[in-house]
Design a protein around this ligand. Structure first.
Ligand code: HEC
Length: 195
């Protein structure tokens, strides 16, 4: 009788700890999901593997970016199908021109993009189908802001994208750092300066 009582106590204790473990695992996995409400939140965990896997977001459009100097232009085909310009604020442009790496504090790089469309009016003049121009804005405006303290978790760069002036959701912003991180040789910046 006593033995049976002890067995019941042990089984009950095991069941309670199993429940506690399941609950903990559940809360951990759900807390790692992007909430979609994170606009305004500066940092958060992307994965549980190590502390480097965090991200930092630019929550406001840097003022005056449309007047910044040109770093280069490019065309993305495929699904993106855009033509884009990469601009830098004065600090970033100076660093590019002097070949300074890593980029100094306060550097900001902007990526603008527009629909890549044939120009009928230009083609008429040329007499052949050869002219492509920028159509309406497309694929948002993206920013990288260098602030080593604020964005320490993502290698000193904060990432932001704004579609029609509104910040994109957190899930999308998590991808920025993970891909840009692959270009460590140039301080996580892909675009080269076009003289
Ligand atoms: C799959 C990889 C990848 C992802 C994800 C990605 N980028 Fe990029 N990014 C690139 C490449 C490659 C370029 C240069 C080519 C171009 O201009 O399209 C670039 C260019 C840029 C530039 C211009 C500076 C530079 O590094 O050349 C900015 C700013 C930028 N990305 C911000 C972002 C933001 C913000 C996000 C997340 C919303 C993001 N990127 C997601 C690969 C990526």
């Amino acid at each position: 009788m006593k033995n049976r009582f002890v067995t019941i106590i042990i089984v009950a204790a095991l069941a309670v700890s199993a429940l506690a473990i399941i609950h903990q695992a559940h809360t951990q996995s759900t807390s790692l999901q992007p909430t979609g409400k994170a606009v305004g939140v500066m940092t958060g965990a992307v994965g549980a593997t190590n502390n480097q896997d965090s991200f930092a977001i630019v929550t406001e459009i840097p003022s005056g970016y449309r007047d910044w100097k040109l770093i280069s232009v490019s065309h993305e085909a495929g699904k993106l199908n855009d033509i884009r310009a990469t601009l830098g604020n004065d600090i970033a442009i100076k660093a590019y021109r002097e070949g300074t790496l890593p980029f100094p504090e306060g550097s900001i790089i902007a990526r603008l993009a527009w629909d890549y469309v044939p120009s009928d009016e230009n083609n008429k003049l040329f007499g052949v189908e050869q002219s492509f121009v920028a159509g309406l804005p497309k694929n948002g405006v993206q920013f990288m802001v260098k602030d080593s303290k604020k964005y320490a978790a993502t290698g000193g760069w904060g990432y932001g994208q704004f579609n029609d002036g509104k910040p994109v959701d957190l899930a999308m912003l998590q991808s920025c750092f993970l891909c840009h991180q692959k270009m460590l040789a140039r301080d996580r910046v892909f675009t080269r300066y076009s003289p």
